[in-house]
Design a protein around this ligand. Structure first.
Ligand SMILES: NC(=O)C1=CN([C@@H]2O[C@H](COP(=O)(O)OP(=O)(O)OC[C@H]3O[C@@H](n4cnc5c(N)ncnc54)[C@H](O)[C@@H]3O)[C@@H](O)[C@H]2O)C=CC1
Ligand SMILES: O=C(O)C1=NCCCC1
Length: 307
């Protein structure tokens, strides 16, 4: 399972990931009772090349699955022949520590991140959600487009990217409508659901553009000094995160704006915190190792049953 194309085959429908991910989010937010062991990820900066290596281990007692993902991500890469994010997931037998599989993690990262944003959106989107806006046109933009158009019925999808050419290529490659916008403001204006999936390190989404009651999935800016959202949108929205601990350590949008965290998404899934969908909401996603664990298990189980 070392190649993305082999992994892709075991995700016939992106939405297959939703139930196990919801369970994993709920278990994570249940503390020790949930049986999830997930230390904060280690991130090694490779300053000379504007890169980072993330080490993301997790164990799920409920799934009896033990994994670690190694993920590299590089900013402003000159070499465009390789993706900005590359990942590998190692799946172990939890009974004795034997390595069972080495799985390409790039497809897993793309699919599980988009599926978690879809879960947040299911709970937090306004009652009428006709317009979707995607800021960014890379790997995550594609995986988000795929699952959002599979699960929801938006009448319009607006897309903006720093380079218009890439947004045009995106619009031509997707199986469905996508309207390329000339500015981020044009794309955001009137949108009910907004997804930010860029490598920006300074804000690209401003509160003054956002429709009241909209839901935002803030997926990029995973370093404590990086931003995608301005202070206005962070402070004037109800803020949900995947992990409080990670958000307060890794998210520039959370740390530098001083915005108060209302709930973890897992608490909403469990029903212990409300989904305030009538308010403007932000889901700050940083990505969790346990999401990779359940996705890798799904891929491995599907591969095992077909071999
Ligand atoms: N929360 C999570 O679980 C995860 C988050 N991510 C984050 O999602 C974001 C997107 O990842 P990918 O799609 O894989 O990356 P990508 O490299 O495939 O796409 C990035 C997009 O951002 C645009 N971009 C680059 N620099 C920019 C800037 N300064 N301002 C505005 N746009 C800029 C590029 O044109 C490109 O369309 C990244 O920030 C990444 O770290 C990625 C994986 C998991
Ligand atoms: O969860 C992940 O995987 C990542 N999150 C932030 C950026 C790198 C990959």
């Amino acid at each position: 399972l070392g190649e993305g194309s082999k992994v892709e085959k075991h995700f016939p429908s992106a939405s297959l990931l939703i139930p196990p991910l919801e369970t994993a989010l709920a278990n994570f937010s249940s503390g020790p009772e949930g049986g999830v062991v997930q230390p904060l990820r280690t991130v090694v900066p490779v300053e000379k090349y504007n890169g980072f290596l993330g080490v993301m281990p997790a164990y799920s007692a409920v799934d009896d699955a033990l994994t670690t993902k190694l993920v590299t991500f590089y900013e402003n890469m000159k070499d465009t022949s390789v993706p900005s994010h590359q990942a590998t997931v190692f799946l172990f037998d939890p009974r004795n520590g034997t390595l069972k599989a080495v799985i390409d993690g790039t497809v897993i990262t793309a699919k599980r991140t988009a599926a978690v944003s879809a879960i947040a959106t299911k709970f937090l989107k306004p009652a009428v959600a006709d317009v979707l806006c995607i800021l960014g046109a890379g790997v995550q933009a594609h995986s988000h487009y795929e699952i959002f158009t599979e699960l929801f019925s938006f009448k319009e999808v607006k897309i903006w990217n720093r380079s218009r050419e890439k947004a045009e290529t995106f619009a031509q490659s997707v199986k469905g409508p996508a309207q390329v916008c000339s500015s981020a403001q044009e794309a955001v204006t009137g949108a009910d659901v907004i997804i930010t999936v860029t490598m920006a390190t300074t804000p690209i989404l401003f509160g003054s553009w956002v429709k009241s009651g909209a839901h935002i999935n803030a997926v990029g800016a995973s370093r404590p000094d990086w931003r995608e959202l301005d202070d206005d949108v962070m402070r004037n929205s109800v803020l949900y995160v995947d992990s409080r601990e990670a958000a307060l350590t890794e998210s520039g949008d959370v740390i530098l704006s001083g915005a108060e965290i209302f709930a973890e998404l897992g608490e909403v899934v469990k029903g212990t915190k409300p989904a305030l969908s009538e308010k403007t909401t932000v889901f700050k996603s940083l990505g969790m190792a346990i999401e990779d664990t359940v996705a890798a298990k799904l891929v491995f189980d599907s591969w095992s049953s077909s071999n």
